[in-house]
Write a protein that binds this ligand. Structure first.
Ligand SMILES: C[S@@+](CC[C@H](N)C(=O)[O-])C[C@H]1O[C@@H](n2cnc3c(N)ncnc32)[C@H](O)[C@@H]1O
Length: 277
């Protein structure tokens, strides 16, 4: 019997997994060794302990451009121009670097500025030109800065807009307290559900990125529903963890789509952007 016939014969028997064990072991060991190498490098080079920052892989960035193109119904070339705009905004990058270097929490922040999926948030704001954006969950204010940068560009092109950023932590948002970005940001401290209930202007774009428990995410979308302007878009940063926004979209007659980011050179599997519109 030749080798091929023998392999086929073994594949039909209960011995097949045992025979394939060395190949299976090599495959999983190669994968795990790569994760361990990346994790070890991150442990010694990064200072972050949550809300990790990283670049997207080239492929993940391509997919993000198409994702935004579909959900915003704008040509993908236009979306790529928006992504390029935020990535080459040296004024914002310089500000974040300087503010991070002098912040009281600088020991827990990386010096390099990396926006990850937030470049998608930027492109969505540039494409839709919302008059009022609400972001729940601010942390250092990286996302608020990115959203504010998009609103400032829209304003310069004749489409003014403001961002209301909600966080329960009074120390949140220190990156977004500088000019010119602070000029379009209203930072509100308190529980996000209560703060949403107190909003006195219609919301064109809503982003959930606060307490990522299922219950809190649902309470935010329920609370914001009566506050939405006609045709408003809803985003969630929690789309790799819950199905809350998809269920909300189904209940309210909207479409839903999810993008899952892939971080480059990072052990973290990444988050995503869920959109209901
Ligand atoms: C993942 S971080 C936000 C990240 C931020 N959007 C960014 O782009 O980097 C989550 C934030 O949610 C805030 N948070 C947690 N529970 C909250 C609540 N009930 N109401 C408002 N903010 C809350 C936390 O204080 C934390 O700053």
């Amino acid at each position: 019997m030749d080798a091929t016939k023998l392999r086929r014969a073994i594949a039909r028997t209960p011995l097949a997994p045992v025979a394939a064990f060395p190949k299976r072991l090599a495959r999983v060991a190669r994968h795990d060794a790569k994760v361990l190498r990346t994790s070890a490098r991150w442990l010694v080079t990064s200072r972050e302990h949550h809300n990790y920052t990283y670049e997207l892989t080239k492929l993940s960035r391509h997919h993000l451009a198409w994702f935004v193109s579909v959900v915003c119904d704008v040509p993908v070339k236009q979306v790529r121009a928006y992504l390029n705009e935020i990535e080459t905004d040296e004024e914002l990058r310089g500000h974040i670097e300087r503010a991070t270097a002098t912040a009281s929490r600088r020991g827990l922040a990386d010096k390099r500025v990396r926006y990850a999926r937030r470049i998608g948030w930027y492109a969505i704001v540039r494409a839709r030109k919302p008059a009022h954006v609400v972001e729940t969950g601010v942390d250092k204010g990286l996302g608020s800065c990115v959203l504010a940068a998009a609103l400032l560009r829209n304003t310069a092109e004749g489409h003014p807009g403001r961002l209301t950023s909600l966080d329960i932590n009074p120390e949140a948002g220190y990156l977004a307290r500088a000019t010119p970005w602070a000029g379009v940001v209203d930072l509100v401290i308190g529980d996000s559900v209560a703060s949403i209930g107190a909003l006195d202007r219609p919301v064109d774009l809503f982003l959930h990125d606060s307490d990522h428990s299922r219950g809190h995410e649902k309470r935010e979308f329920d609370a914001v529903e009566p506050k939405l302007a006609p045709g408003a878009m809803l985003l969630t940063d929690n789309v790799t963890v819950t199905n809350v926004l998809a269920e909300h979209a189904e209940r309210t007659g909207r479409r839903f789509l999810a993008y899952r980011e892939t971080p480059a050179r990072h052990w973290y599997p990444g988050d995503g952007i869920g959109v209901a519109w």
